[in-house]
Design a protein around this ligand. Structure first.
Ligand code: SF4
Ligand code: SF4
Length: 355
């Protein structure tokens, strides 16, 4: 058993839902919006899908294969339909449907907040922002596995920022916390939970097995000193350049834009699809020149985007510690090992300078 700790949930209105009440609550939500929640996919995997049957929702899961970003920025989408003869174009109509995302982990919610930053800064991205309208998020606590390290990048399991309601497992059911007024209204309109505000609240401290050696506040500073580290080449020796780490990352958003002309040589579509800075063609320009030819350079770019470049603008790390890049890497490359090796390299540099 872990230590009991006070958490950010302290002082919030809370209710108790048993498993049946939780299923009824999901059905209640389905009466008012499209509900998207984790479902089993095969024997050991999970996926965010639209709920057709509340019984199929899985609330105890380590992580989904694809992050929630697929619901706001699909892997491929048409940006415009055009006609070359009339020289006119039309954007597909996007409706900001009301959607409730149920059973979301705190690091996943924080990844959406990171994407909000990326898509509103500079020229706002209208497709993302339209899909983001009318979205409500309901969180659930999770049990960290060997890949999670969200606490090491400053995101607690019980971080409620972004959620309207938060579910915390207790016995055979859940403590259900009102985080926003809208969430509280939803719970009261549902009306079947039992108010349990009188219950003492201490949650069990969950141990993360994967740890970064330094506090996350120090990471941007360390990244100022490791641009020429040998660690990048060490990683490149193992990396296959497959791009899986980018494509599954909840905060990566790079895309490629392609025009396709139909056989009538008149109508066409401009579409965009996810891209990856770990793929060779990503930084290739006409004439065959490539700004990041080696896998070491590409790995460095990937990590600098997470821990330095965007962080300097937004003030927060753009890795949320979901562990997807490490758990699905076919070459067994762990992002935390890379960061810890960079920390070792940095402290060796500091020691040499002190002599
Ligand atoms: S998933 Fe692994 S092997 Fe593939 S590009 Fe990323 S680090 Fe390299
Ligand atoms: S870099 Fe890896 S651990 Fe960090 S958010 Fe992306 S996929 Fe998750």
């Amino acid at each position: 058993m872990g230590n009991k700790i006070k958490s950010k949930l302290e002082g919030l209105n809370r209710y108790y839902f048993d498993k049946d009440t939780t299923t009824q609550f999901i059905n209640f939500l389905r009466d008012q919006a499209t509900v998207i929640a984790p479902h089993s996919k095969g024997d050991v995997s999970f996926s965010f899908e639209e709920v057709k049957n509340a019984e199929d929702v899985v609330l105890e899961y380590p992580r989904t294969i694809q992050p929630l970003k697929k619901m706001f920025m699909p892997p491929k989408e048409v940006l415009i339909n055009f006609n070359l003869k009339s020289n006119k174009y039309k954007q597909p109509d996007l409706k900001p449907d009301k959607r409730i995302f149920f059973g979301v982990h705190s690091y996943e919610m924080q990844s959406i907040k990171r994407l909000d930053f990326s898509f509103t800064k500079g020229h706002p991205e209208s497709n993302y922002l339209t899909r983001r309208e009318n979205s409500m998020f309901i969180g659930v606590a999770f049990e960290p596995d060997k890949w999670h390290f969200s606490s090491a990048v400053g995101i607690d399991i019980e971080e409620t920022d972004g959620f309207a309601i938060y579910f915390y497992p207790l016995g055979p059911g859940y403590l259900v916390f009102e985080i926003t007024q809208e969430g509280g209204k939803l719970i009261r309109d549902f009306g079947l939970g039992t108010l349990v505000n009188d219950q003492d609240l201490e949650v069990e401290e969950k141990e993360f097995k994967t740890k970064i050696k330094y506090h996350y506040n120090r990471l941007p500073e360390i990244f100022k000193h490791v641009y020429d580290s040998k660690v990048w080449e060490d990683v490149a020796q193992k990396c296959l350049g497959c791009g899986t780490c980018n494509l599954l990352c909840p905060t990566c958003y790079c895309f490629d834009v392609q025009d396709e002309i139909e056989l009538d040589a008149e109508n066409g579509q401009r579409s965009r699809s996810w891209d990856s800075c770990m793929l060779r063609g990503f930084a290739e320009v006409s004439g065959g020149e490539n700004f990041r030819n080696s896998l070491g350079e590409r790995t460095r770019h990937r990590l600098f985007r997470k821990f330095k470049y965007i962080t300097e603008q937004s003030g927060v790390l753009h890795c949320v510690g979901c562990g997807r890049c490490s758990s699905y890497c076919p070459a067994d490359i762990s992002l935390v090992d890379i960061v810890n090796n960079l920390i070792d390299d940095y402290s060796d540099q500091q020691k040499k300078q002190a002599i």
